[in-house]
Write a protein that binds this ligand. Structure first.
Ligand code: NAI
Length: 296
């Protein structure tokens, strides 16, 4: 039987309402009334992208930002539409851009910020296949500036502008190569060690002066543009998965962990580097890796 266009329209309207309600039911409103800035959503694989979707589901409002050049390549406007967010371009190596981003964000969101996600990483040495023993130091400098010093710059701009609300939360994403050797992770290992140190050092001042917490999440290898840029990534991600009793943490796992750190449930967790890696960081060897070696 043919249905009239009006009935078809009503059906699709009802289906949309049911889906929207289902989505809301998944939310615990952990970030209701909270405002923030999310750096680093390039495409739908980006950890920042998935985090933005989860923050939205949990009731948070935010400004999305990325480097102007990444905006031309990425699909950030699509994400902004889905999450009712405004997009403000900012190169995380430019104080001027960050000043503009932070003041405009407070204007748009209607007050100080409760959360900030730094999800930025880039190494030209990695991208161009230069090994750790043959660095182009201009590139090393640039990578450090973008991936690590930018975190200091973001926090210093927030701090000087008194842009964070009390009990706010700042999170950056790191990787275990800050503690252990992963040869192909190259100069990014040093960048992550710097990043984690900045989290502790600035976290002290942010805690003492403004009651704001600062942490890094050390995430499993994740198939994103930045992740897949590392030489041998496919082997690397499989190895980590086989080593970890709970398997690799996905981008969604990372987003969910970040939600807890932005929420009021973790108010006194600060100066920490928190492993979201299925247990990898405490493993020596696993049965499945032993089986592979014995059978090879
Ligand atoms: P991604 O490539 O989707 O995100 C990296 C982001 O950094 C991009 O959006 C890029 O535009 C942005 N960016 C680069 N230069 C910038 C600049 N000058 N100013 C502002 N933004 C800039 O990759 P992914 O994996 O989502 O990366 C997010 C964070 O997670 C990075 O810090 C990365 O090191 C970290 N991480 C990633 C892992 C992985 O295996 N993918 C594992 C552990 C940590």
């Amino acid at each position: 039987m043919r249905q009239s266009p009006l009935i078809l329209m009503l059906n699709s309207y009802l289906i949309n309402i049911i889906f929207a309600k289902k989505k809301l039911d998944m939310s615990n409103n952990l970030l209701k009334g909270k405002r923030g800035i999310i750096f680093g959503a390039l495409d739908s694989n980006s950890i920042a992208w998935i985090t933005a979707e989860r923050v939205f589901e949990e009731g948070g409002t935010f400004v999305l930002t990325n480097a102007p050049v990444a905006m031309r390549m990425g699909q950030i406007n699509e994400l902004a539409k889905k999450t009712n967010a405004t997009v403000i371009p900012a190169d995380a190596t430019s104080i001027e851009d960050l000043e503009n981003l932070i003041s405009k964000s407070m204007e748009i969101l209607g007050g100080k910020l409760d959360f900030v996600l730094h999800s930025i990483g880039m190494s030209i040495n990695v991208r161009k296949g230069k090994s750790y023993t043959d660095q182009n130091y201009d590139w090393t400098h640039k990578g450090l500036d973008v991936s690590a010093m930018s975190f200091h710059r973001v926090m210093q701009t927030l701090y000087k502008n008194d842009a964070m609300n009390e009990w706010g939360s700042i999170v950056a994403l790191s990787y275990m190569a800050a503690q252990r050797v992963f040869p192909d992770y190259n100069d990014m290992a040093d960048n992550k060690a710097f990043l984690e140190s900045v989290a502790r050092s600035f976290g002290y001042f942010f805690g003492k002066d403004k009651n704001v917490r600062v942490n890094t999440i050390s995430q499993s290898p994740t198939p994103t543009t930045a992740g897949k840029g590392v030489k041998g990534f496919d082997g690397f991600i499989k190895y980590a998965d086989k080593m970890s009793p709970l398997g690799n943490a996905t981008a969604m796992d990372c987003a969910n962990y970040t939600i807890t750190l932005f929420s009021d449930l973790t108010k006194r967790v600060t100066l920490q580097n928190l492993y979201n890696d299925g247990g990898f960081s405490n493993m020596g060897v696993s049965d499945s890796i032993m089986d592979m070696i014995e059978n090879s």
